[in-house]
Design a protein around this ligand. Structure first.
Ligand code: ZN
Length: 719
C-alpha cells in the first residue's frame, strides 16, 4: 500500500495523508477527490510514499478527477509562494486550481450536409446549402447566414438533407506565428531586443528591466522577445502580466496583429467555462500566449519560456485580500523555478527594481526616445498659493485658460483626480460632526450620481440624509473637498458646450464599459475627460494635448513608505498621456507645495534626481529596497480578547539580530466592519530571513478563534 499526501485548497497547515486504493496508481500532481470530515473535497497529490509499517487507519483517496495534473513547477511554486507570504499552502493552491473547477463548455449543435439532394430546390434552399457547405453552423446561425427563415432550415433537416450533430467547442488555441507581422524597430529598440534575445536563448533564469518613457515602444520590444521565446520550441509558452483588466483588450489586439492569433485572456472578467478551457489548454501546452492579471502566474504552464510584467511598478500587482502577495516578485520567483527569463517593463520602475538594476542583479535596458517622433509633454506646476481657484472651486485660473486654449484648437483635455465620488467628506454646519461609517472609522464619501454616502473601505452605503444624524439639524450637511463628480460639475459650468465624461469605477461598470469610454475618447467624441487612475494607464489618445492634475499633493498625504514614489510614478504616467502623437502636449499640476522634491522632479522631468533622493532616504532608514518590511494586522470584534492576545503576541516576539518590531499600535483604520485592528510593523535587514522570523513568531502563540491574524510581507497600503 502507498500513502498519498493530498494538499487541499483550504487554509489548512499541511497536506493530509490518505491511503491509495489498489490499482489507482496515482502520480504527484494528480487532482483527486478525498474525504474531509463528512464531505468529499478536491485536492492535489503532493507526495507518495510506501505505507508499509503504518498502523493508523487512513481514509482512502476517493478517486482521480479527470483534469490535467498540476505540473511539478506549479506545485513547487505554490509551496514557494506560501512560504514567501507566511501563509498556508492551501491558499495559493486554491488560486492554482481555480480554472479546473469551472463547468465545461457545452457542446454546440450544428447542421451538417448529409449529401442527400433536396426533393425540391428553391432559391432560399440553395442559399442554405451554399452556406452549410462553407461552415458548420448552428441551425439558427445557418438561417441567418443564408438570409432565410428558420423554417427553411428545419424543413431541410426534416427532409434529411441536413443532419444535426454536436460539436465540442474547439479546445485548443490557434498557434501564434512568430513570423506573422514583424515590425521595424528603431535602433534603441533593436539594441534592447538583442539583449533580450540573448537572455531568451540562454534558457536560463534572468531578469531584464525594460526602462523607457511613455511612448518609447516597450510593448513592441517585449512582443519581439515573446516571438524569440516562441521560436525556441513548438510548445514554448509566454505569459504577459498586466496590472489592470482594462488594459488587456488593447494588448490582446496588438498580440493578435503581431502573431496572427488571439492569445488567451486570464482575469476575473473571464467567464468560468472559458477559464476552464484556458486552464486545460495551458496545462496541455496548447495555449501558448496568456495575457493576464496577477493570478495567471498560478496557471499550470507546461513549458513557460518567458514572463513579461508590464507596468511593473504598478501597485495593482499587490494582492491585498485573501492570499496576500506581490505578483511582480512572484513572477521573478516563478521564472526562476522554470529557468526562464523575466522582462519587467516600465517608464517609472519601482525603487526595488531600479536598485536591482543598479547593483547589476537585473540587466538594465533603457529605451531612448519617444517612438515615431512624438514629443514629451512639458510639465509645469501651478502654485495654488499664488493662483488659487475661486472659493468652493477646484480648477485654478491657469488651468482654466489652458483648457480654453486646447478646446479652441479642437483638442482634448484630461482632468485627473484620484478620488471617486463627489466629495470626500460630509460635514454638519450646525454641530461640526463629520459623517462616518457606522462600523468603521472611515469618512463617508458623497456620491451624487447615486445620491448615496459610501464607505470606500468596506462598500457600506446609505442614502444621503436630509437631517444631521447627530444633532438633527435640517439641511445642515455640507460637502467638503472635491471628487471627480464635483470636478465634472465645475468643468460643465465652465465649458457648457464641451462634451464631458467621467472615468471612474462608479461610472464604468466593467471591462466592456471601460473599452467603450476609452474608444469614445480615442475617437474624439469626448472633449473633457475627468478621470481617476484607471484612465491614466497605458491608453493612447491621439488628440489629447492637455492634462490637468487637480490635486497633485493628494497621494503624498498618506505619508506611508511609498507615498512619494507612488505619486511620482502616477503623475509622470498621467502627464505622459498628453501629446503622445504628433501634437505637443502639456501637463499642469496644481499643488500647494511646489517646492516638494516630488513636484520639483516632475516639473524638471528628472526621474534620476527623484530616485537618487528617495533611495538615500530609504537607505538611511533601512527600508526597502535596503531592508525588508512586513505588517502584522491583528483584528477582532471582542475588544478584551483582542487586547489580551495582542499583549501575549507582543511578548512572544523572538529576539533576532537585525530585526525591529514596532507596535502594537492602532492600525490607520482601527475599526473596520465592527472589528478593532492593531498593527505591528517589522523591519529587518536584507540578510535576515524575514519569513522564518514571522513564522516562528506566529508559532509561539495560539490565535484565539475570535481573533484574526494577517501577515502582509512587503506591505503597500499600510491600512
Ligand atoms: Zn449636526
Amino acid at each position: 500500500m502507498r500513502i498519498a499526501q493530498v494538499l487541499i485548497p483550504l487554509p489548512l497547515p499541511e497536506a493530509f495523508d490518505y491511503a491509495e486504493p489498489e490499482a489507482m496508481s496515482l502520480a504527484v500532481g494528480d487532482v483527486v477527490a478525498a474525504p474531509l470530515g463528512p464531505r468529499l473535497v478536491r485536492g492535489v497529490v503532493t507526495g507518495l510514499r510506501d505505507g508499509a509499517g503504518v498502523n493508523r487507519p487512513l481514509k482512502l483517496v476517493a478517486g482521480r478527477i479527470e483534469t490535467p495534473p498540476l505540473p511539478p513547477q506549479s506545485l513547487a511554486f505554490v509551496e514557494w509562494a506560501a512560504r514567501y507570504a507566511v501563509d498556508q499552502p492551501g491558499q495559493p493552491l486554491a488560486i492554482a486550481l481555480r480554472g479546473s473547477t469551472a463547468p465545461k463548455e457545452r457542446p454546440q449543435r450544428v447542421a451538417q450536409l448529409t449529401g442527400k439532394a433536396p426533393a425540391r430546390m428553391t432559391p432560399a434552399r440553395e442559399r442554405v446549402l451554399a452556406a452549410a457547405a462553407g461552415a458548420e453552423l448552428a441551425p439558427a446561425a445557418l438561417a441567418r447566414a443564408a438570409g432565410v427563415s428558420a423554417g427553411v432550415v428545419s424543413a431541410l433537416i426534416a427532409d434529411g438533407v441536413l443532419a444535426e450533430a454536436f460539436r465540442e467547442t474547439a479546445v485548443d488555441f490557434a498557434p501564434p506565428d512568430p513570423e506573422h507581422a514583424r515590425p521595424t524597430l528603431n535602433p534603441s529598440q533593436a539594441a534592447a531586443l538583442t539583449e533580450l534575445e540573448r537572455l531568451v536563448a540562454s534558457d536560463r533564469f534572468g531578469v531584464a528591466l525594460l526602462d523607457g518613457v511613455t511612448g518609447s515602444g516597450k510593448t513592441e520590444v517585449y512582443l519581439e522577445a515573446a516571438a524569440a521565446a516562441l521560436r525556441r520550441a513548438p510548445d514554448a509558452q509566454v505569459l504577459i502580466l498586466l496590472p489592470e483588466i482594462a488594459l488587456t483588450e488593447a494588448v490582446i489586439a496588438r498580440i493578435a496583429a503581431r502573431f496572427g492569433a488571439e492569445p488567451a485572456a486570464w482575469h476575473s472578467g473571464v467567464a468560468p467555462q472559458r477559464r476552464r478551457r484556458v486552464w486545460e489548454a495551458v496545462a496541455r501546452g496548447k495555449c501558448r500566449i496568456v495575457v493576464g492579471a496577477r493570478s495567471a502566474l498560478f496557471l499550470p504552464f507546461a513549458k513557460l519560456r518567458l514572463i513579461v510584467v508590464d507596468e511593473e511598478h504598478d501597485g495593482s500587482y499587490k494582492q491585498e485580500d485573501g492570499f496576500i502577495y506581490q505578483a511582480r516578485d512572484l513572477a521573478v520567483a516563478r521564472a526562476k523555478l522554470g529557468d526562464a527569463p523575466v522582462v519587467l517593463a516600465s517608464a517609472t520602475p519601482s525603487l526595488e527594481t531600479l536598485w536591482n538594476a543598479e547593483t547589476g542583479r537585473y540587466r538594465w535596458l533603457r529605451l531612448a526616445s519617444r517612438h515615431g517622433g512624438a514629443l514629451l509633454p512639458t510639465i509645469s506646476l501651478v502654485d495654488l498659493r499664488a493662483s488659487p481657484p475661486e472659493p468652493g472651486r477646484w480648477l485654478s485660473p491657469p488651468l482654466i485658460i489652458a483648457m480654453k486654449e486646447a478646446l479652441t484648437r479642437g483638442e482634448q483635455a484630461l482632468l485627473f483626480l484620484n478620488r471617486r465620488g463627489y466629495a470626500p467628506v460630509v460635514l454638519c454646519r450646525a454641530c461640526g460632526e463629520r459623517l462616518s461609517a457606522p462600523d468603521s472609522d472611515s469618512w463617508l464619501v458623497e456620491h451624487r450620481y447615486s445620491g448615496r454616502l459610501v464607505c470606500h473601505l468596506t462598500g457600506f452605503s446609505m442614502p444621503k440624509p436630509d437631517r444631521c444624524p447627530h444633532c438633527g439639524a435640517k439641511q445642515s450637511l455640507v460637502s467638503v473637498g472635491p471628487g471627480v463628480e464635483r470636478v465634472e460639475e465645475e468643468a460643465r459650468e465652465l465649458f457648457p458646450d464641451a462634451r464631458l465624461a467621467v472615468f471612474s469605477s462608479d461610472t464604468v461598470a466593467g471591462p466592456d464599459a471601460a473599452r467603450e469610454l476609452i474608444a469614445a475618447m480615442a475617437e474624439g467624441e469626448i472633449d473633457i475627460l475627468v478621470a481617476t487612475q484607471g484612465a491614466a494607464k497605458g491608453h493612447n489618445f491621439p488628440n489629447l494635448t492637455l492634462v490637468g492634475v487637480v490635486d497633485a499633493d493628494l497621494g503624498l498625504r498618506g505619508g506611508d513608505l511609498r507615498a512619494a514614489e507612488r505619486t511620482f510614478q502616477l503623475l509622470a504616467q498621467v502627464a505622459g498621456r498628453a501629446g503622445r502623437w504628433q501634437k505637443p502636449g502639456r501637463a499642469l499640476l496644481q499643488t500647494w507645495a511646489p517646492e516638494h522634491p516630488v513636484m520639483q522632479a516632475l516639473a524638471a522631468q528628472d526621474r534620476d534626481a527623484f530616485v537618487a533622493l528617495e533611495m538615500a532616504e530609504r537607505e538611511a532608514a533601512g527600508l526597502p529596497p535596503f531592508g525588508r518590511l512586513a505588517a502584522v494586522i491583528v483584528s477582532g470584534s471582542d475588544a478584551a480578547a483582542l487586547d489580551g492576545f495582542v499583549r501575549d503576541f507582543a511578548a512572544a516576539a523572538p529576539n533576532a539580530e537585525g530585526v525591529d518590531v514596532f507596535g502594537p499600535a492602532d492600525a490607520p483604520f482601527s475599526l473596520v466592519r465592527g472589528r478593532r485592528r492593531k498593527r505591528f510593523l517589522v523591519r529587518a535587514d536584507r540578510a535576515v530571513d524575514l519569513q522564518a522570523f514571522l513564522a516562528a513568531w506566529r508559532a509561539r502563540t495560539k490565535v484565539p478563534g475570535s481573533v484574526r491574524l494577517t501577515i502582509d510581507v512587503d506591505p503597500y497600503s499600510f491600512l
